[in-house]
Design a protein around this ligand. Structure first.
Ligand SMILES: Cc1cc2nc3c(=O)[nH]c(=O)nc-3n(C[C@H](O)[C@H](O)[C@H](O)COP(=O)(O)OP(=O)(O)OC[C@H]3O[C@@H](n4cnc5c(N)ncnc54)[C@H](O)[C@@H]3O)c2cc1C
Length: 346
């Protein structure tokens, strides 16, 4: 079966065309509505990577990318809320702890939506969230700087560092409770609609049965590092959506570049050794970002003064593209991106 013929790709396209894209400028200003989340839950897309025995589709990676491109290009805020869900699904699929049997089915079938709070682990040796052991469970202390989907998702996969220097991930109900307090939703240059908050953790108690993953911090970091090297398919989704606003005379050459950069990015992502060719992966990622900014700038220029209106598609895509530049940034990707920009500014 070709990627485009896969049922989840057709479902993503329908959702994008019928619901997400027509509402995207309104959603950008008013927030992702619960009805969008219900539609995503019903679509089967939350189980795209989940094992079939738990009700997921275990779809090929090319389908995962294609659906991400489609959703991000239609409504980046909705894409971003739902994309958090895939890390919890994959974590549970790889876990042998009891929480797998409790949650993997409901997450794979889209009955529950999960968020994540783990990117702060990447600022190690700074430890924004600490985990202490106590009888029958753990207590979380500290601050999660970024948590997306507050009020939209049902559970959250929360990570911290233990006193034994382990990375520990556990599931928590995504609601205010003793020891867990959200900030006000953040007002951001883009993706305010994603209901992103910070979380204050003041001794949040989590039972041992909710722990999904626990391993030495160095082992977690070594496995996590390659995930931050590749280009996010959302970058290509935004690029393509922006080119859709540009006259073919100017879009054509950028579309050719898009095909070429996308091909190189996905070939590197498919390379069997994830930590090899790191600098090349980061360079392609930087190139894809620059192409995306060129495409969104071209869309703004095409739109003229009207492109500054908050109901204009071009400015929304340009702001969403700004967000993607820093999403998932690490020290290594930040340095590589800055070096690439300096080298290509001449
Ligand atoms: C709108 C939004 C929503 C998000 N939602 C979530 C979510 O739901 N869940 C989640 O887990 N994460 C979320 N994130 C976090 C995101 O994935 C990245 O981790 C984050 O954008 C990178 O963050 P930072 O600069 O805040 O982190 P930092 O911890 O400040 O830095 C990230 C990396 O860059 C390096 N760095 C930063 N500044 C400097 C500097 N001046 N000099 C040298 N090195 C530097 C740090 O060393 C570190 O490795 C969200 C981010 C945004 C913007």
């Amino acid at each position: 079966m070709t990627v485009t013929a896969h049922p989840l790709v057709s479902r993503a396209r329908e959702l994008a065309d019928d619901l997400l894209s027509p509402a995207a400028e309104r959603v950008d200003q008013e927030g992702v509505p619960a009805t969008h989340i219900e539609a995503i839950k019903r679509s089967g897309l939350l189980g795209v990577s989940a094992p079939a025995v738990y009700g997921g589709s275990a779809a090929p990676v090319a389908v995962v990318r294609e659906t991400a491109e489609i959703l991000a290009g239609a409504c980046c805020s909705t894409w971003f809320v739902q994309t958090q869900h895939h890390t919890p699904v994959l974590t549970l699929a790889g876990s042998e702890l009891p929480v797998r049997e409790r949650l993997l089915g409901p997450l794979a079938r889209g009955e529950l939506l999960s968020g994540v709070a783990y990117a702060h682990l990447r600022s190690y040796p700074r430890v924004p969230v600490r985990v202490r052991r106590e009888a029958g469970g753990r207590r979380f202390h500290g601050t999660v700087p970024w948590y997306t989907g507050w009020g939209l998702n049902d559970v959250l996969l929360l990570a911290g560092v233990t006193e034994d220097d382990e990375a520990l991930f556990a599931f928590v109900e995504a609601r205010e409770q003793p020891g867990l307090r959200p900030s006000e939703p953040m007002r951001l240059a883009a993706l305010t609609a994603s209901r992103t908050v910070s979380l204050d953790l003041d001794g949040l108690r989590v039972p041992e049965e909710a722990v999904a993953l626990r391993l030495p911090f160095g082992d977690w970091a070594a496995a996590d590092h390659p995930k931050t090297l590749n280009t996010n398919p959302a970058v290509f989704g935004i690029t393509e959506a922006a080119l859709g606003l540009v006259e073919e005379e100017y879009a054509g050459v950028l579309r050719v570049r898009l095909g070429e950069v996308r091909r190189r990015a996905y070939a590197l992502a498919d390379h069997p050794v994830p930590h090899e060719r790191a600098q090349e992966r980061l360079a392609v990622r930087a190139e894809a970002f620059t192409l995306m900014r060129t495409a969104t700038t071209t869309a703004v220029v095409t739109g003229g003064g009207r492109a500054m209106s908050l109901d204009s598609r071009a400015q929304r895509l340009a702001r969403e593209g700004l967000f993607l530049l820093v999403q998932g940034q690490t020290r290594a990707s930040r340095t590589a991106h800055l070096q690439w920009l300096a080298e290509h500014s001449r």
